[in-house]
Design a protein around this ligand. Structure first.
Ligand code: NAD
Ligand code: ZN
Length: 250
């Protein structure tokens, strides 16, 4: 792996507009389970019941059960991979992160420019009376398995994108525009199966960007990448960061 790390780090250093695109695998080492892949949530939860907007409106219970598994098992914290990306941004080697994750861990690690394609769990709205909640206000109720608004409605919806919902237009537009201009793209921990998010790496590839994939398992878009790491994000990213910023002061 050492030789590949040196080669990729050297290409990253030379890039003028480097972007990172992340998925659930980015947070796996923080203890957040992924959807697909080994140990993924889809093996334990019914996608139809837990992640579709229609099912959530009928009965939000299964979603909250999954959310509890996703984020509340323990207080999740950024891992070494997140911190490496944060230092790379501070060092001027990263234009931004486009993420499919809803866990907020990139921001928690200190990254400033983060495009959340699928929203985040940070804020919630009661669809009945429009009252706004923060994750902190509902966390205890999520733990108990039922979130209810003061007005009595159970339709307290987190600002995330459910299946059957469209992506926030402006964020997708901005992210696609950035991808269409980048000259270096690092994809981390995504099965690249969820669209339109997975069109971001295709846009960068069409534009002629140099492409790196860090993903433990094979994806259907592996062919787009010049370099593929099958190792964990929490090992590869600090390895690259060390080579890029090693000479710089931290
Ligand atoms: P995915 O679950 O479909 O794929 C994750 C990929 O990451 C798999 O291919 C797996 O092999 C790989 N992986 C697992 N651990 C890894 C590691 N340590 N290092 C490198 N690779 C690793 O995830 P996706 O492509 O992001 O799509 C799932 C959708 O579910 C997303 O749209 C996202 O919104 C949502 N989701 C979010 C979170 C989160 O916020 N952390 C968690 C689960 C799902
Ligand atoms: Zn309400």
């Amino acid at each position: 792996m050492e030789e590949k790390l040196i080669e990729v780090a050297s290409a990253w250093e030379k890039a003028e507009r480097a972007l990172v695109f992340t998925g659930a695998g980015m947070s796996a080492e923080s203890g957040v389970p992924t959807f697909r892949g080994a140990g993924g949530l889809w093996k334990r939860f019914d996608v139809e019941k837990a992640a579709y907007l229609k099912s959530f409106l009928d009965d939000p219970g299964p979603f909250w059960e999954m959310a509890r598994e996703l984020l509340l098992k323990k207080e999740v914290q950024p891992n070494e991979g997140h911190f490496a990306l944060s230092r790379l941004e501070k060092g001027g080697y990263l234009q931004g992160i486009i993420t499919q994750n809803i866990d907020g861990l990139h921001q928690k690690a200190g990254n400033r420019t983060v495009y959340e394609l699928h929203g985040s769990l940070d804020k919630l709205d009661c669809l009945n009376c429009k009252k706004e909640y923060t994750w902190g206000q509902v966390a205890a109720d999520v733990q108990k398995g039922e979130v209810k608004c003061k007005c009595g409605s159970r339709k307290v919806k987190p600002r995330i994108v459910f299946f059957g919902e469209s992506l926030p237009g402006r964020v997708l537009e901005e992210a696609s525009e950035l991808a269409g201009k980048c000259d270096f793209l690092v994809v981390v921990g995504s099965s690249l199966e969820v669209y339109p998010a997975a069109s971001i790496p295709q846009t960068a590839w069409q534009r002629g960007a140099k492409m790196v994939l860090i993903n433990s398992e094979k994806t259907q878009l592996d062919g787009l990448f010049k370099w593929v790491f099958r190792e964990a994000a929490g090992e590869v990213l600090p390895g690259l960061e060390e080579k890029i910023l090693g000479g710089d002061q931290k």
